[in-house]
Design a protein around this ligand. Structure first.
Ligand code: ADP
Length: 424
């Protein structure tokens, strides 16, 4: 071999190494650039599979979108990416990148979704991934996705504390923290301790532990039946010094809804399970409020507009002197709008006078009027809970404009809401 050959051989090797380094650098740079547009990254972990981790991840994402936050959901659970089914997106594939990266699939619940399931298609066959291949796919899914600006990215992790969750955690630096899902049995709880230690070693804050499938809601009388013991999650969280977020009962409606791709936090919001879930995720719902004043938030259509029965909605707006009234409890009249959610048009407007002010009365009265949604200026948290309990969605922080304008902006996704000024 002459010197020239040797040199070119050396150059070739050096060239590859340099190429690889450059590729790694540009990939990392792309990853950091893409993730920097996401304000809050929440990891959903569990010590083992089957405890409801994906159910929590999906419903958390939907709850955030219903609050008007721009939300993405990343499902990197190799052991059965269930997010496509849970959101009625089975059979969807990545629709292609526009030259640079992967585009998320838009769900009708207002969230951007990326799942390993979209890469696998509709196949029910087991897919065997070798370790390095898995890591490559995870890296690509995290670095190549064009999320755009997001308030929240929820990451449905692979279960356990092995190589897969470790790789995902390392690829998502500076997360706000992890929500850890467990069931009440001792076996699950043992695994959760490992998940908490996993977070500690990686310096991931633990936002808290949710005890799922804790007791059963009787489908006939709606009373709670203790199936396994409950309370283990709370005791364990206390012992490990992490917040306990709450218990979510086992609920047949959750299973049915999951199989049909209907998130319970949206479709069964009035149930005890959904209310328990909403209470449990408060720390996550409040992260954005804590970091930034509530201005410029775009209210989204909380109704899944694909749903046939949801094509027409009734939207209520409290009014005084013809404009939206900031104190809904003391308004003169309610403007009720029948709207076509598909075509985003107002079909009919009716002005109705509410009964004399009495705490707690308006949610019941508006439910009787058939309202699906109230757009208000300010509203205290107790009142919001009462409306939600009656199946009426609440948007707060709208300004004192003509009610027609508020509803038209809401329908076109252009309603800008400010602070929730009233808190009584
Ligand atoms: P994981 O992601 O931990 O593997 P999943 O979220 O896929 O678990 O949930 C496993 C199964 O348990 C699903 O069929 C889901 O519908 C069901 N499930 C989850 N939480 C509940 C609950 N609180 N009540 C009833 N069924 C539930």
């Amino acid at each position: 071999m002459n010197c020239g050959e040797k040199k070119s051989g050396c150059e070739a090797v050096g060239g590859h190494a340099a190429d690889d380094k450059l590729k790694m650098f540009t990939e990392d740079e792309a990853l950091v650039r893409r993730l920097s547009k996401i304000k809050h990254k929440i990891l959903v972990l569990s010590g083992k599979g089957g405890v409801g981790k994906s159910t929590v991840a999906v419903n958390l994402a939907v709850a955030l979108a219903m609050e008007g936050w721009k939300t993405g959901l990343l499902d990197v659970d190799f052991h059965g990416p269930s997010v496509p089914m849970l959101l009625h997106l089975k059979g969807e594939l990545f629709k292609g990148a526009d030259g640079d990266g992967i585009l998320p699939v838009e769900s009708s619940y207002g969230i951007k979704v990326v799942s390993l399931g979209f890469a696998l298609g509709d196949s029910d066959e087991a897919v065997i991934w070798r370790g390095p291949m898995k890591m490559g796919v995870i890296k690509q899914l995290i670095s190549d996705v064009q999320w755009g600006e997001l308030d929240y990215l929820i990451v449905d992790f692979p279960p356990g504390t092995g190589d897969e969750p470790l790789s995902v955690a390392q690829l998502i630096p500076e997360s706000d923290g992890a929500v850890i899902v467990t069931t009440p049995q001792d076996l699950s709880l043992q695994d959760v301790r490992k998940s908490i230690n996993f977070c500690r070693q990686l310096k991931i804050p633990v936002l808290g532990v949710i005890e799922n499938m804790s007791g059963l809601v009787c489908p006939h009388c709606q009373k709670m039946i203790e199936v396994f013991k409950s309370g283990g999650g709370e005791a364990m969280a206390k012992e490990m010094g992490v917040p306990f977020l709450g218990r979510i009962p086992m609920d047949p409606q959750i299973v049915g809804g999951s199989d049909e791709g209907k998130p319970f936090v949206y479709h069964h919001r009035e149930t005890e399970s959904a209310q328990a879930f909403i209470r449990a995720i408060q720390p996550v719902l409040q992260l954005q409020e804590q970091s930034k004043p509530e201005t410029g938030r775009i209210s989204r259509m909380p109704q899944p507009i694909k749903e046939k029965e949801m094509k027409t909605l009734k939207i209520a707006v409290p009014t005084a002197a013809g404009s939206l009234c900031q104190h809904f409890g003391h308004c003169e009249q309610f403007a009720l709008f029948d709207v076509d959610a598909d075509n985003k048009t107002i079909l009919k407007t009716t002005m109705v006078t509410p009964p004399p002010h009495e705490p707690g009365l308006l949610p019941t009265w508006l439910q009787e009027q058939g309202a699906d949604l109230i757009i208000a200026g300010g509203m205290g948290s107790r009142a919001q809970e009462l409306f939600v309990g009656k199946g009426i969605h609440v948007v707060t922080g709208a300004s004192s404009e003509l009610p027609e304008k508020v509803v038209a902006e809401y329908l076109s996704g252009e309603l800008t809401t400010g602070a929730n000024v009233c808190d009584h």
